[in-house]
Design a binder for this molecule. Structure first.
Ligand SMILES: C[S@@+](CC[C@H](N)C(=O)[O-])C[C@H]1O[C@@H](n2cnc3c(N)ncnc32)[C@H](O)[C@@H]1O
Length: 258
């Protein structure tokens, strides 16, 4: 069991059955659909092999899979997440054949891929150093020689000023297309060293009735140390080939060292 599931056994936000729809509404309300879109990067880095294999790590509700370029139509796609709830929504919202794997990013499946992606700062949830090392070693194992991995780190975290959504002062209400309303309390953040734990409550309202109220938590490595990260990348047998700055995240493009 990985550190999030161990630390937040009943409250880990991503594992609540009603959280994933809220996640999509929330991310869209925070970042819109265009900000920091991964599509141009995926287009540029997309492998030119006949039947490429792609691995999306921490796939969540499947945003990366939905953003794959048309060239991915013949691709074999693998998606890993440790939350069955997130995977269930990803299955619903992606209209393609995918090998869905419920597992930790620290124990990637036995597969060899041309492109691996970890998007939207998911790596920040690997708060345990050994987990991060196992994730990077796994990346080096699954990447075919000449393959590329793209790992996003949220810039707030890199700059050490990650306050989560600390700017949200009042209850946030968001409505889905089918008129389901979610309400989220402002986040309370507590720190232990470089790790921030966020706590908030989400409610789901259907037809004026509250259907669900969930205590939500997660931990984030919210003070990112570039030097430590680069050393971990090296140690895993990978190298940084490029760093691409987005508005809210920084994309680390990694390759296998010869
Ligand atoms: C910030 S969301 C990103 C989701 C998606 N990639 C996107 O772009 O919207 C992080 C996702 O990573 C998953 N996750 C976090 N830690 C993980 C771990 N150790 N192993 C597998 N999945 C993990 C969470 O369940 C969640 O679905």
């Amino acid at each position: 069991m990985d550190s999030q599931l161990r630390t937040h056994p009943t409250t880990y936000a991503y594992t609540h059955a009603y959280f994933p729809l809220f996640y999509d509404l929330w991310v869209t309300s925070l970042f819109g659909t265009g900000a920091d879109a991964i599509s141009p990067l995926l287009c540029r880095l997309f492998p030119h092999t006949p039947s490429p294999k792609i691995l999306d790590i921490g796939t969540g509700t499947g945003a990366v899979i939905r953003a794959l370029p048309a060239a991915a139509n013949g691709a074999e796609i693998w998606a890993v997440d440790h939350s069955e709830a997130m995977l269930a929504r990803a299955r619903e919202t992606t209209q393609r054949e995918v090998h869905w794997v419920c597992a930790s990013a620290a124990s990637l499946p036995e597969v060899e891929v041309d492109l691996a992606v970890s998007a939207a700062g998911g790596v920040g949830h690997l708060v345990d150093r050994e987990e991060r090392k196992a994730f990077l070693k796994g990346l080096a194992r699954v990447l075919r020689q000449g393959g590329v991995a793209v790992v996003s780190v949220l810039r707030d975290e890199e700059e050490g000023n990650g306050e989560g959504d600390g700017a949200q002062a009042e209850v946030l209400a968001l409505q889905s297309e089918d008129r389901i309303v979610y309400k989220k309390t402002p986040t309370t953040a507590t720190w232990a060293g470089d790790v921030r734990t966020d706590r908030f409550v989400v409610e789901r309202w259907v037809g004026g009735e509250r259907q669900w109220r969930g205590e939500c938590q997660w931990s984030i490595l919210a003070r990112w140390d570039d030097e430590r990260w680069r050393a971990e990348i090296e140690e895993a047998g990978l190298r940084v080939s490029e760093v691409v700055d987005g508005e809210i995240q920084r994309w680390w493009v990694l390759e296998k060292r010869e």
